[in-house]
Design a protein. Sequence first.
Length: 68
Amino acid sequence: MIDSIIATILSFFFPGIGEIIQGEQQKGVMMFLIAVIIWCLIVIFGPYIWILEIIYSLYAAYDTYNIN
C-alpha cells in the first residue's frame, strides 16, 4: 500500500482514487462516480456549484486519511 499522505493528496484532487489505492475499491469507484457527476453539473450549470466540489474533495481526502 502507498503512504496515506500521498493517497490523501491524490484523493483531494481526484476523489475516490485515494480509496482505491488504499484497498477500498468499491467505495473508491462510487466516490469517483459521484465526483464525475458533480463535475458534469459544474459544466452544465456553471461555476455556482464549484463549492460543492470543494466540499466533496475535502470529505474524500478526510475519508482517505482515516482508512487504516
